[in-house]
Design a protein around this ligand. Structure first.
Ligand SMILES: Cc1ncc(COP(=O)(O)O)c(C=O)c1O
Length: 420
């Protein structure tokens, strides 16, 4: 039997090995070439957490919102929309390659109200935000085979996995990890190394993993610098509504769209509607100064060759909520409750850390946007936290603060402090 490539391969992969050894019927010219590997570190940590029987375990791992009981609840507005769908839906025939275009239109209008749908913005329903990143990257690669994607360092690890799978070039621009503002001059200086037509990945709101967003003025200046260099913003926005509010977070995307003659926009409904497993998002092409139709037809071709047509349910839920002012208000107030809880958790954790470890400024955790902040630990210390204290954080130090039980902030901070 082949050996795992690294010691960090998950228990799941080893279990998988054991199962294969028991059921193996004969040598394979293909499958025997496979070396077991974990899907990615975030998924591996989430599986390890689920399998941990210790009381008081703390889950700062995967990026899902949890309430104080540890549940990721179904929003009441979502339940109400689902009930309407059950009552009213008359067919389950295919939704078409571009998906539910009414959903795409309403979502685009929410985020970019000054852009005319069908002219200044076009797009398709996507299989979550990840699927949107994937099809948009494939489109970019098919139109500009030499394109390089410039990513903030750090960024969401799946950016590199998706872009690597698509086969585009990748390069980094600097991004602060803890308590600094993004340095726009330093970012633009790095982008001086980009060639015309390259894509610059910008997190729309609530940067993952740092929780640090540039101010609107800095974002405007950054976009102008990107455009001046002949580069194209590739905006990934998975957390609209988790930072400063639904409208305010969307304004960040608008600041970029108002200044860019063309841009690609990946949107997700996983977090802000709590419909993670329904795989709902949108892949949009935006540009008041461009004819978007030819590229849109290519985007449809990419989708068709990938999965043919998207699933319906999640997009129908979101469309139903956007179409009904009452449901929309209801959903917005639930979203505000989620945001308030995350912000209360941020305050509680930063105060608790300040009580225990006074030699550092912890206010950056309180100021952070969305679910994530980084903490300054080594991967080895993160492993120790997991093994000895049952506190699960990502090895790069990313913590999902949304899942903290604020009443235990002091206890959790004391455990975190052991790793600093
Ligand atoms: C930056 C970023 N983009 C995109 C996504 C994709 O989310 P999903 O595919 O679950 O909609 C995530 C989710 O973690 C994310 O953090």
């Amino acid at each position: 039997m082949r050996q795992s490539r690294t010691a960090s391969d998950t228990r799941a992969a080893l279990d998988c090995f054991a199962a294969l050894a028991m059921t193996r019927k004969g040598p394979s010219p293909m499958f025997d070439k496979a070396v077991a590997r974990s899907v990615d570190q975030i998924i591996a940590i989430s599986r390890a957490y689920a399998g941990d029987a210790r009381d008081g375990k703390v889950d700062f791992g995967i990026g899902v919102y949890k309430d104080e009981t540890g549940l990721t609840p179904v929003m009441r507005a979502v339940k109400a929309a689902e009930q309407r769908l059950i009552d009213e839906q008359r067919t389950k025939t295919y939704v078409g390659v571009g998906g539910d275009q009414k959903f795409v239109e309403l979502f685009a209008r929410e985020v970019l109200p000054d852009h005319k749908f069908g002219e200044d913005v076009v797009g398709i329903q996507a299989v979550g935000g990840s699927g949107a990143v994937r099809v948009l990257a494939e489109l970019a690669k098919s139109l500009s085979p030499e394109v390089t994607f410039w990513l903030p360092d750090p960024t969401w690890p799946n950016h590199r996995a998706i872009l690597g799978a698509v086969g585009v070039g990748m390069a980094n621009y600097p991004y602060p990890k803890f308590d600094a503002e993004p340095d726009i001059d330093a970012i633009l200086c790095a982008l001086d190394g980009a060639k015309q037509g390259d894509c610059v990945v910008l997190h729309g709101a609530c940067h993952n993993p740092t929780g640090i967003d540039p101010s609107l003025d800095d974002l405007a200046r950054l976009t102008e610098g990107i455009v001046a260099r002949g580069l194209i913003p590739f905006v990934d926005s998975a957390y609209i509504g988790f930072g400063a509010g639904w409208r305010k977070d969307a304004e960040r995307v608008q600041v970029i769209a108002d200044r860019a003659p063309e841009m690609l926009l990946a949107l997700s409904c996983s977090k802000n509607f709590g419909i993670y497993r329904e795989r709902t998002g949108a892949a949009l092409l935006v540009g008041k100064e461009r004819d978007l139709a030819p590229a849109f037809s290519n985007l449809l071709t990419v989708a068709r060759a990938n999965y043919s047509m998207p699933p319906d349910h999640g997009a129908s839920i979101v469309r139903t909520i956007f179409e009904n002012p009452e449901l929309r208000e209801h959903w917005l107030s639930e979203l505000a409750d989620i945001r308030d809880r995350i912000n209360a958790n941020r305050t509680a954790l930063s105060l608790a850390l300040a009580r225990i470890k006074q030699d550092r400024d912890w206010t950056y955790i309180d100021r952070g946007q969305g679910m994530f902040s980084l903490i300054d630990v080594t991967p080895e210390a993160a492993t120790r936290l997991r093994e000895e204290e049952a506190v699960y954080i990502i090895p790069d130090g990313r913590m999902n603060i949304a899942s903290l039980d604020a009443s235990k902030a002091d206890e959790v901070a004391a455990k975190l402090a052991t790793a600093l």
